[in-house]
Write a protein that binds this ligand. Structure first.
Ligand SMILES: [Zn+2]
Length: 418
């Protein structure tokens, strides 16, 4: 068996082939519990069996391939990623992280190698939250943190998760059977495209993730005084829109200054900004905006908000507008396990001849949910096209696909639980 072909050309061809399973002609969209996802799942199950695994679909619709260890009672190392997509997606987000592990097991099987641990490759059926507006349902089911209340969530057509499961021949009452026993699991390793430009800009093929960023989300509402744009003198205005603009820039300035200094990094984004009922000739009496603040280190994120919030309030006071801020999300960071990071570092150095770069993940991943089950680690591989993702322009090179699979193969083969 030629590992270069298996890890390079074959992985790329399979990413192309899996992308043909789409709900929309001409672009890739594959959401949870659709007939298209069923077809993609069947394809993955076929590839898992061809690679020497026993393969099944679990109660959440995840596909699970198992390659037994040398001893039947061996504990399990889990690897994998998601195979649902966003609307108009790229071919590699998630999907590469299912296809590359299958190639790794195929390589073990072809050489007749059994390891001291079993390997399970999981294709998580739901990560992106597109259809039901809640994320990581697949990995939460496996981690044992699935909230049964989400079974009642409905898609845009009014179909509940529970109904969609029944339509897919799954039993919503059986969801707990998807959960793994933490006592039987050694760890979880996910390989994923970076979805950003850091490795690309540094000229590096692969990196070790240090932590999956924690997230704060806030909705800010500013109340000023609406007035005539022509007759209200500048010094008498209470302009909620101008105040919001100053706050947006304060958030950007603070995060830019702190990002390199603070442990875990810091990024802040105002993605929604709205003047309700605004008009071209009216001073904004109200303004609403969102704040998304992320860091790989929860202490850094909390400390940053302790500085930023009073700064925003000070801007509001100086401009004589009222500011109320509601916290809508406070999601803890998931630090990667030190012993898994060390093993990924070693494998990257072996594959590339260079020291492994370490970087936090600003995006959420299945590994975040799996952290509730077992120690976890992540390998990032370089994206092309400026690091663009969640977009058909998302790309990786065949050479990087090969390096990523080599790194994962090394980690799976030599895995140490401590
Ligand atoms: Zn992803």
């Amino acid at each position: 068996m030629n590992l270069d072909t298996l890890f390079g050309a074959e992985i790329m061809a399979r990413c192309d082939a899996l992308a043909l399973h789409t709900e929309e002609p001409g672009r890739l969209t594959r959401t949870y519990l659709t007939p298209v996802q069923r077809a993609a799942a069947e394809q993955l199950l076929d590839w898992m069996r061809e690679a020497g695994m026993s393969a099944r679909m679990d109660a959440a619709g995840n596909v699970v391939g198992r390659y037994e260890g040398a001893q039947p009672e061996a504990k399990t190392l889990i690897t994998g990623s998601h195979f649902d997509t966003v609307v108009n997606a790229g071919k590699y987000d998630g999907n590469y992280g299912v296809i590359a592990p299958i190639a790794c097991v195929k390589a073990l099987h072809a050489q007749g190698l059994r390891l001291p641990h079993a390997i399970e490759v999981v294709g998580f059926a739901e990560e992106e939250g597109v259809r039901f507006k809640t994320t990581m349902m697949g990995s939460k089911a496996i981690a044992g943190t699935y909230d049964p209340a989400v079974l009642n969530l409905k898609d845009r057509g009014g179909v509940s998760v529970a109904q969609a499961m029944r339509d897919y021949s799954l039993d919503p009452q059986a969801i707990a059977t998807a959960a793994h026993d933490p006592a039987r699991v050694l760890g979880f390793v996910e390989i994923h495209i970076e979805q950003g430009p850091v490795l690309l800009n540094e000229g590096l093929a692969a990196g070790t993730v240090t932590s999956i960023a924690g997230v704060y989300r806030f909705q800010a509402v500013l109340t000023g005084q609406a007035g005539h744009a022509g007759t209200t003198p500048m010094h008498l205005r209470r302009d909620a829109g101008a105040a919001a603009a100053e706050m947006v820039l304060a958030i950007e300035r603070y995060c830019a200054a702190e990002s390199a200094r603070i442990e875990g990094g810091l990024v802040g984004t105002v993605g929604q900004l709205n003047v309700p009922g605004g008009a071209i000739n009216v001073i904004p009496g109200a303004c609403e905006f969102s704040i998304d603040l992320r860091s790989g280190h929860d202490g850094s994120r909390h400390a940053a908000w302790k500085v930023l919030e009073p700064e925003l309030q000070a801007i509001a006071r100086r401009r004589h507008v009222e500011l109320s801020i509601t916290n809508t999300l406070d999601l803890a960071a998931a630090p990667c396990a030190a012993h898994i990071m060390a093993q990924i570092d070693t494998a990257i150095t072996a594959a590339t001849g260079a020291p492994a770069p370490r970087l936090p993940s600003g995006a959420g991943h299945d590994a975040m949910a799996m952290a509730a089950l077992c120690p976890q680690g992540m390998i990032f591989i370089r994206c092309g096209n400026g690091g663009i993702s969640h977009n058909p322009l998302e790309t990786i090179t065949e050479a990087d696909a090969r390096i990523g699979a080599r790194v994962l193969y090394d980690v799976l083969r030599n895995f140490r639980a401590q």
